[in-house]
Ligand binder design. Structure first.
Ligand SMILES: C[S@@+](CC[C@H](N)C(=O)[O-])C[C@H]1O[C@@H](n2cnc3c(N)ncnc32)[C@H](O)[C@@H]1O
Length: 262
């Protein structure tokens, strides 16, 4: 009997150790979505604990402590995240976390990305004034708004009809008239407006989508996480030079999967 108890206790200990190793794996990598790890939404909306100047203070603190401190330097990008009202893109129940250092649920099992990853990916795009940009994965519309703070021509596509519709409405209401949004499968880009100076993909396919490479202008840049769903992916910066493509790996990220039949 005592032997049985000892064996059960030993097995329990091994299981606990294995769980500990599993939970700590991946710490220190660039983490993004972590959708499944978030607590389920609270049943009642939280009132914004701040108004007016307080929003500006929170946004400035986000830019300095989360974005500049991690090495984003491009002044256009810093100005863009200083200007875009992130609190307008989160669900009311998450208003008090709008400027926190984390992604947040936006419904349909999707997320608005962490502020740092939005800024870092925007910086990688090396946008110049007048550039035409395509975003794949509109979500809340926040990334599109940040892009629209940097350039005047932004196209964004979203595969979930409910998100595509609400983001388009939100962007319009906030005055981002330079953004055109559509309910499309972004694996195929948005052929009608191609070619683009830059394409950003905010969901992860398990392979590089050929249509996105084809829709880049000569000299164009593509920033995209590629890898298996439910695991870490690699963030790639692809530069087109004529018919050649140069690939740079920017390390581990974790995005929601790019969905659809391909
Ligand atoms: C991390 S969320 C995007 C966050 C968004 N950029 C923002 O600022 O809120 C990824 C989005 O990609 C969308 N998505 C997934 N597969 C897609 C596809 N094939 N085409 C277009 N959008 C897709 C998801 O529905 C989701 O809204």
């Amino acid at each position: 009997m005592r032997r049985k108890v000892t064996i059960v206790l030993a097995l329990g200990l091994v299981l606990l150790l294995a769980l500990g190793v599993y939970l700590t794996m991946g710490r220190g990598k660039v983490k993004e979505e972590e959708v499944a790890a978030f607590p389920s939404p609270s049943p009642t909306p939280t009132e914004a604990p701040w108004e007016g100047d307080e929003v500006g203070r929170l946004r400035e603190s986000m830019v300095r402590s989360q974005i500049e401190a991690r090495g984003v330097k491009d002044s256009q990008v810093l100005e863009a995240v200083r200007s875009a009202p992130r609190h307008e893109f989160v669900l009311p129940r998450y208003l008090d976390q709008a400027y926190a250092d984390r992604p947040l649920p936006i419904g349909y099992g999707q997320t608005i990305s962490q502020p740092y990853i939005v800024a870092a990916m925007t910086e990688l795009l090396q946008i110049e004034e007048g550039d035409k940009i395509l975003e794949v994965g509109t979500g809340s519309g926040y990334q599109a708004a940040v892009l629209a703070e940097v350039t005047d021509e932004v196209y964004t596509v979203e595969i979930i009809p409910g998100l595509a519709e609400s983001a388009a409405k939100r962007l319009k209401q906030l005055g981002y008239t330079q953004v055109q949004a559509a309910n499309l499968d972004g694996y195929y880009g948005w052929e009608e407006h191609a070619p683009y100076n830059a394409i950003i993909v905010t969901c992860a396919p398990d392979h590089m989508p050929p249509p996105l490479l084809e829709q880049l202008k000569d000299g164009g840049r593509l920033v995209i996480p590629v890898g298996p769903p439910g695991a870490y992916q690699s963030l790639w910066l692809v530069k087109r030079e004529g018919d050649e493509f140069r690939y740079e790996n920017w390390g581990g990220v974790a995005f929601v999967p790019l969905t659809g039949e391909h």
